[in-house]
Design a binder for this molecule. Structure first.
Ligand SMILES: C[S@@+](CC[C@H](N)C(=O)[O-])C[C@H]1O[C@@H](n2cnc3c(N)ncnc32)[C@H](O)[C@@H]1O
Length: 260
């Protein structure tokens, strides 16, 4: 089941009741992540900090006066660091960089990824593209969903954007509540997740209402100009999405360029 909503107020009990074996993920960029880590350490406790996952990509213009910033940061906190969901056997495998140095069996099986995940951004011309400017790759969210939750679990994304988490959830037998206060995000999610017959709470699909609050406008102005979360305003071009034909690929560590 997928639920789309415009405000987190109605869902605060669920937000407060992260399951005992549940996890929290926060995806930011290098400019903000350290501030957020200090705050999250205070909320969850430092022992609950499990990993900082680096999502590395290699796309777009390259700075010439400093090292080009080509990664985002994903912080993982477990509610209970002694008891959390981590489905090791469901981790997708990636190729060895030097397959000749391991046995043929190992080379064929591949290895598990580290905390650095190589995956290109959503292709501006590919099937996955919804037109929402901050859309994240489905494969990144699918890896998180498959490893950190169990089939049947309920997931929550209160900054859902184009609904990538929702698609990853429903394609892997989980349900999700997806919240965004941007009407354009809700329109994209409604189209993208139509195959899952979503329920709507506090929002009429297609209605261009004044959903966005003043505070979120401020947020969008402040965060414009970068891939992590630029303002979608003025640049929104919905793209028809054929969800049924989309592959369920893992992060394409295989195809992305990596350091040699
Ligand atoms: C980086 S985008 C999320 C992208 C998403 N992961 C995807 O794959 O499309 C962050 C989203 O948070 C939403 N947002 C920002 N402030 C919000 C608020 N106060 N309440 C609800 N949504 C908010 C924005 O409208 C934006 O769509």
């Amino acid at each position: 089941m997928i639920i789309l909503a415009s405000s987190s107020r109605a869902w605060w009990r669920r937000i407060a009741s992260l399951a005992p074996a549940g996890s929290f993920f926060l995806h930011l960029d290098y400019r903000e992540v350290h501030y957020a880590k200090v705050l999250l350490d205070a909320i969850f406790g430092r022992d609950s900090f499990m990993n900082e996952i680096i999502w590395a990509y290699d796309y777009g213009a390259r700075a010439t006066k400093k090292w080009p910033a080509k990664h985002d940061n994903i912080l993982w906190y477990a509610k209970d660091p002694s008891r959390y969901t981590f489905r090791y056997d469901d981790i997708d495998r990636i190729p060895y960089m030097a397959p000749g140095l391991v046995t043929p069996g190992k080379a064929a099986r591949g290895k598990t990824p580290t905390d650095t995940w190589w995956h290109t951004i959503v292709s501006p011309t590919g099937k996955e593209k919804t037109g929402y400017p901050t859309q994240k790759p489905l494969a990144i969210l699918e890896r998180i969903v498959r490893v950190h939750s169990n089939p049947g679990d309920h997931l929550l994304d209160f900054f859902a954007g184009s609904g990538t988490l929702g698609e990853a959830a429903v394609r892997n037998g989980r349900s999700a509540v997806l919240i965004d206060n941007n009407p354009e995000a809700l329109a994209v999610m409604a189209a993208r997740l139509a195959f899952a017959a979503p329920e709507f709470h506090g929002v009429t699909p297609g209605a261009k209402s004044s959903l966005r609050s003043e505070s979120s406008d401020t947020y969008h102005r402040r965060s414009s100009g970068r891939a992590a979360c630029p303002s979608p305003r003025g640049r929104f071009r919905p793209t028809p999405v054929d969800s049924s034909s989309r592959s369920r690929s893992a992060p394409s560590d295989r195809s992305s360029r990596r350091p040699t």
